[in-house]
Design a protein around this ligand. Structure first.
Ligand SMILES: [Zn+2]
Length: 404
């Protein structure tokens, strides 16, 4: 038997002893103690951990590497005063879009995606601002990059009305145009509208577009230090009414940290009914969704990178082990079982959140793998080194080419 690729002496998670993994035509063909046969390429994992590759469910890809184009007014507003001025931060951050030009955006996007490849981050849900300032400039850059990186880093492009829908007239039409151009996911940020009625209108308008294009929804909800925000509940209710189970994803939901317990438990029930995941990014703001309590309730939760050097966060490199390491601390998930949960939240849970099918190390599944420079999840998080090898769609990524 001849395979495209064999990885020998691989340590799998929660398994004793090493195995060989054979890949053929993009798919895991066999996993066994010892695989005989030839392969186009053979890798010796030397007992290091081999897992599913990393999945980043939340990245503002049109704005990467723009921190230094602005002053730090947005950062001050977003991170200061218990996130009470998060809306001001969005207004401050919008200034970068006065300079939007596909020429520089596409270069930044390519740099971020190359890093993703090097760090084994093979799947990304990426937001492109679509509004009266950004128009479709960032979106077009992301669509172009999606095609360029096809088979290496899979990019799901979200048409995202960052500055609102009701308060930003014309945006709904631009979102439709973005979907016509080939965007994959309909975005939303209902909590920044000025009234409850406008929040509902925002959600309803985006829901109608999602239905028209049979697209998933990704909305940033309740991203401020305001216990009165309710747009996560509204999105779950609307999703249930439409019967679009598993088609909506909620991001941030930071206000959840301030909710009384009885209301939180109602939300948990609604999220489960709607099969809706929550993406949390505790490293990009001082408040965050109740990740540990959601996990304890059996809810679907994952972690996202959120930002790479933009108006909201000055660091980030599409390195999900780094995101995991940071959040071990921010969430205080320092026991070994908790570290396994953190690892799930940057791999398999994240994959479920963005509806990647059959994302697992098992026979017949698509081969998206990393061979880590560490024998265990514990050491992988501890040193958060780049993987030794990254396999995307059954093909070994040329990391040297990606580093150029
Ligand atoms: Zn975000």
């Amino acid at each position: 038997m001849a395979y495209d690729l064999i990885i020998r002496n691989a340590q799998l998670r929660r398994k004793k002893g090493t195995v060989d993994i054979a890949v053929e035509k993009g798919v895991i063909a066999q996993i066994a103690k010892k695989i005989t046969g030839r392969a186009g390429k053979t890798i010796d994992a030397k007992g290091n951990l081999v897992t599913e590759s990393f999945v980043n469910t939340h990245l503002h890809l049109c704005k990467v590497y723009t921190t230094q184009m602005l002053d730090s007014k947005a950062l001050e507003a977003y991170h200061g005063g218990d996130m009470g001025a998060a809306m001001t931060a969005i207004e401050q951050a919008a200034r970068v879009k006065a300079n939007y030009n596909e020429k520089w955006i596409i270069q930044n996007v390519r740099n971020a995606l190359k890093r993703a490849a090097v760090y084994g981050n093979t799947h990304i849900r990426a937001f492109a601002d679509v509004d009266s300032k950004a128009k479709l400039i960032g979106l077009k850059a992301l669509l172009k990059a999606r095609d360029e990186f096809k088979g290496i880093v899979d990019v799901q492009v979200v048409a995202f009305p960052q500055d609102g829908v009701v308060r930003e007239p014309g945006t709904a039409d631009l979102i439709k145009e973005a979907m016509d151009l080939g965007a994959d996911v309909v975005g939303g940020i209902p909590w920044i509208e000025f009234t409850d009625a406008d929040e509902w209108s925002h959600i309803n308008q985006m829901m109608e577009i999602a239905k028209t294009y049979d697209a998933d929804i990704s909305m940033l909800v309740d991203d401020a230090g305001d216990a009165g925000l309710r747009t996560l509940e509204m999105l779950t209710v609307r999703t249930l009414e439409e019967g679009r189970i598993g088609r909506s994803l909620a991001h941030h939901a930071r206000a959840m940290a301030l909710y009384p317990m009885p209301y939180f438990m109602k939300l948990v029930a609604l999220l489960k009914q709607a099969k809706m995941g929550v993406v949390s990014d505790p490293h990009t703001g001082p408040l965050h969704a109740r990740v540990k309590e959601l996990l304890a309730e059996g809810s679907l939760v994952c972690l996202g990178q959120d930002d790479i050097a933009d108006a909201y966060y000055p660091f980030g490199q599409n390195h999900m082990l780094e995101v995991g390491f940071l959040n071990v601390h921010l969430l205080w998930m320092t026991t070994f079982p908790e570290m396994e949960q953190i690892y799930d939240m940057i791999t398999v849970n994240a994959a479920r959140c963005i509806n990647l099918k059959n994302f697992a190390i098992k026979k017949g599944a698509p081969a998206h793998l990393v061979v880590l420079d560490a024998p265990s999840v514990y050491e992988a998080l501890w040193y958060h080194k780049a993987p030794l090898h990254v396999v995307s769609h059954g093909k070994l990524i040329d990391k040297d080419a990606m580093r150029v």
